[in-house]
Structure formats: C-alpha cells, structure tokens
Write a protein that binds this ligand. Structure first.
Ligand code: FAD
Length: 456
C-alpha cells in the first residue's frame, strides 16, 4: 500500500499535539502537517460539560497565566482578552483541617508566618536553611518531613492532591517537583534558592487562573480550528525506513520525515515499544470523578476557589471547587454550583461506586463543611476516561528512555501528558520546545528543571 507523504505527522490531537501543530505552523507556515487522532473530537483530557444551564469540566478547570509559552499561544489564538481570569490574590483556597475549612495563606512563606503552625514547628521549617540535601530520590512525604518538619506534610499533601490527585507517600519529589529539588541541590536550601531566583525576577506578581466562557473546551476547539486533523484514526504502529517514518492506522498508511508522538505517556509507551523495549510497566494513573452539584440560593458557598482535604482528614471527597465563584455564568441565575472531586490515587475503590451513592456521599461530606440547608437541585457525575499519570519513585527511567529514543531514532519527537510533568502549562512549554526541535531536526534534551512557585 502506498503511503501519503507529509513533512510532519503528529499523533494525538490533545492539547500537546494541537499546540505543537500551532507552533510549527507559525514558525514555518509552508510545512505540510497531518494530525492523527483516535477519537472523533479534539482535546483529549480537556472537555467541558453543559447540562441544564450548568457548566462543569471533565478534566482541567483552568491554568495559571504565568507561563510565557502559553501566553504566546493564547495571544496567537486571539483568546487572551476574552479569557475569564480569577486572580489568585482575590480568590482564596481553603484547607480542611480538624473538620473545618481554614483559609490558606497563598504561598509557603505566608503559611509559616501564619498561626496555622505552633512556634516549634515554625522553627523546624527553618531547618531547610541548614540541612544538607540528601542525594537519593525520595517520596514527597519523606522529603517534606526531612527539609521542613512533619507540620508541613498536610500542605505538601494538598499541593499534590490538587495537581496529581496523588499519594505523597509514593510520588517522587525528583520527578514531580524537579525545580524545587534543583533549588535545594544548587543552593543547599529551598528558601535560599527561592530568594535568589526572586531577586533575578523581582516583579513577579501573583498570577490568575484562566478559563473561558464556554469552559476549557474553548481552548482546544480554537487550537483545532482549520487544522489538518484526521479523526477516528488510531495509530496502530510506527516504523522507520531509511528516510521516513511510516505510520499505520486502520484507515491508511502515512509517512513523514518528522514524527511527533504527543500522547499520554502510557499510550506513547504502547506505540514506542515497537521501536525499543519499554523501561518498565505503564505508569500508575489517578482517576478523579467529578460530582457536579447545583444548589438553590440558600446555599452559603464560601468565597474562593474551593478547598482541598489532606489524607489525614480521612474525608470522602479530595476537595471541592467553588465553581460558582471561580468563573462567571457556570450556573443558571440564582443557583449555585460546586464540583466535588472524589477518588484519585488515595481512594481508588470509590471509583466503583454508582452515581447515586457518589452524589449522596459527596453531598453528605460537603454539608459538614459548608452551609447547605437544602439538598442539591441538580446533580451529575463525570467519570473521566483519562487518568493523571503518577510520577512516582523510579520515574526517571522513563525520561532516560525518551532521551535514548531521541538520540537513536532520527526525526522522532516525544511530548505529552506525563512526560516531564502533567499540567497544561508544562504541556504547552514542551510543545513549543518540540516544535523548535522538529525544525532544527534534533532533540535538545530536557534542560534544567524550572522551579514553579507554589500557590494555594
Ligand atoms: C481529571 C483531570 C484534571 C486535570 N486538571 C488540570 C488542571 O486543573 N490544570 C492543569 O494545568 N492540568 C490539569 N490536567 C492535566 C491536563 O488536562 C493535561 O496536561 C493535558 O490535557 C494533556 O494533554 P495531552 O495532549 O498531552 O494528552 P491527552 O489529553 O491525553 O491527549 C492525547 C490524545 O491522543 C489521542 N490518542 C491516544 N492514542 C492514540 C493513538 N494510538 N492514535 C491516535 N491518537 C491517539 C487521544 O484520543 C487524545 O485525544 C488535568 C487532567 C485530568 C485528567
């Protein structure tokens, strides 16, 4: 069978593949690019639900506007000005401690200055200034306890619950927060490193959380508009001949000099094992169910983004988003909307509960924390098909594997969900770098890990 030839083939029309496509097209408009997508829609994990006047999300609810590559992308798509912005300065987040919602000071130094910790725990946090970095890979729980003391563990826990829906006793600090680890190793202390980095970028103001009037799906729809995407085209195998990559789908054979695999890491491992044996099993993933609840005007939803509950609180929900406050027009006039997150790596058995049990348990759990005099007037359960990859202990071998493929397999570029991070900003940053690499016909490696500021 003859193959159809392109300059570049991108596998996957999720955020990563679509962003590589856009950046490539902008940098080199004459390139003939094809995107192959398994499903019948763009966006992968990003998808919004509209029902009876409520708007909720299958996957991400937003992202921070503090990454240059993403600002460039939104600017190119001309959607920056119409984006909905929830400034972190104004919107508070809460932690559930001792069965109550407590406002979290928005950065780790403010937590230390607050009265959330006893004096001796505050003194222990300063241990970071004096303790030698341990060279070996550590779990986030062990690392946080060693550097800052046990009192910081609930805060490390909610930071990871809010991003990975993961377990801090399994996630690796080296893999999940390589930027912090770099500061620790380079400057001997996270605080010293953070202060030095701040001096280099003195005007760093608090970012905003971004979404869109139609939800996050607006972003991927805009990215996909007018692009050469072939839907319902699942790639079954990839092979390289002397000059080109051959890509086989059920409906056709395609070839290109450059091939971008922009998939969830586990889907990528399936395809790449035909080129080189995988370094281990698939990564564990965390699935988060979203129990969407609407209430009448008697509900008193505290102002802010929502709350997260550390493992030690042993609650039913991982946390709840106060969606009615976060972004406007997510519920019919006069009604309230919250999205209750359940499951994750902490309570995978709860993913098996049926919808009515989930709604009932979620409602009972949050009504102990929020004044909800009447039961929900609307409910819907969203069960995402995509799990969040868990960058747990030993993850480094997957990055080494990717590095070795980049070196050995000419014209192959790998990015996507779970390769060097899991967040939208990380995906877009990687996508831009991948586009540059495709044009330079080389793979430039990971580069130094950036330390992301932690905000609550
Ligand atoms: C529940 C959840 C909540 C999240 N919340 C946030 C958040 O609040 N903030 C944030 O920054 N990030 C969040 N994320 C992460 C964010 O959604 C991801 O970073 C991003 O969507 C990953 O995009 P991707 O294109 O790399 O992967 P994916 O979205 O997985 O896309 C991969 C695409 O490839 C397609 N595909 C798979 N196999 C093949 C094949 N063989 N052939 C062709 N096509 C194939 C799939 O159908 C899919 O469309 C969340 C993720 C989840 C799941």
């Amino acid at each position: 069978m003859n193959s159809k030839k392109f300059d570049v083939i991108i596998i996957g029309a999720g955020l990563s593949g679509l962003s590589v496509n856009r950046f490539l097209d902008k940098m080199s408009p004459d390139l003939d690019i094809l995107v192959l997508e398994k499903s019948n829609r763009p966006g992968g994990a990003i998808r919004s639900m509209k029902k009876e006047g409520f708007l909720a999300e299958w996957g991400p609810h937003g992202f921070l506007d503090n990454v240059e590559e993403n600002r460039e992308l939104l600017g190119d798509l001309k959607i920056m000005d119409s984006a909905q912005k929830a400034p972190l300065k104004k919107f508070l987040r809460y932690i559930c401690l001792g069965g109550k919602l407590i406002t979290i000071p928005q950065t780790p130094p403010k937590i230390i200055r607050s009265n959330l910790m006893p004096f001796h725990s505050k003194m222990r946090v300063l241990g970071d200034l004096f303790l030698k970095p341990k060279p070996n890979e550590q779990t986030i729980a062990d690392w946080a306890a060693y550097r800052f003391g046990k009192a910081m563990i609930p805060f490390a826990d909610i930071a990871m619950t809010g991003t990975y829906a993961g377990d801090i006793d399994k996630l690796s600090i080296d893999a999940a927060m390589p930027g912090l680890r770099r500061l620790e190793k380079e400057f001997g202390s996270v605080f010293k490193g953070a202060i030095k980095s701040r001096k280099q970028k003195p005007n760093r103001s608090m970012p905003s959380m971004i979404s869109f009037e139609d939800g996050m799906e607006h972003l991927v729809r805009k990215l996909a508009e007018g692009r050469n995407i072939r839907y319902k085209s699942s790639v079954d195998s990839i092979k390289r001949n002397e000059t080109d990559w051959q890509v086989e789908t059920g409906s056709g054979l395609y070839s290109a000099k450059s091939l971008v695999v922009a998939l969830h890491i586990n889907q990528a491992l399936q395809l790449l094992k035909g080129i080189k044996k995988a370094p281990g099993p698939e990564l564990p993933t965390a699935t988060v169910i979203n129990v969407v609840l609407g209430f009448d005007s008697s509900a008193e939803i505290p102002f802010g983004f929502g709350y997260l509950a550390p493992k030690s609180e042993q609650r039913f929900a991982l946390g709840t988003l106060f969606s009615i406050h976060m972004f406007p027009k997510r519920a019919p006039d006069g009604l309230n909307l919250v999205e209750v997150l359940v499951g994750g790596n902490r309570n995978p058995e709860r993913l098996e509960l049926d919808d009515s049990e989930l709604i009932d348990k979620a409602y009972r759990d949050i009504s102990q924390l929020i004044k909800l005099p009447k039961p929900p007037v609307f409910s819907s359960v969203i069960r995402p098909k995509v799990g969040i990859p868990q960058l747990e202990m030993g993850y480094g071998k997957y990055l080494d594997y990717r590095e070795s493929l980049h070196e050995e397999a000419e014209g192959l570029h790998i990015c996507g969900f779970g390769w060097e991070g899991i967040g939208i900003n990380e995906m877009v940053r990687q996508a831009r770098k991948t586009a540059v690499d495709v044009l330079n016909r080389k793979a430039s490696g990971s580069g130094p890990a950036r330390a992301k500021p932690i905000y609550f």
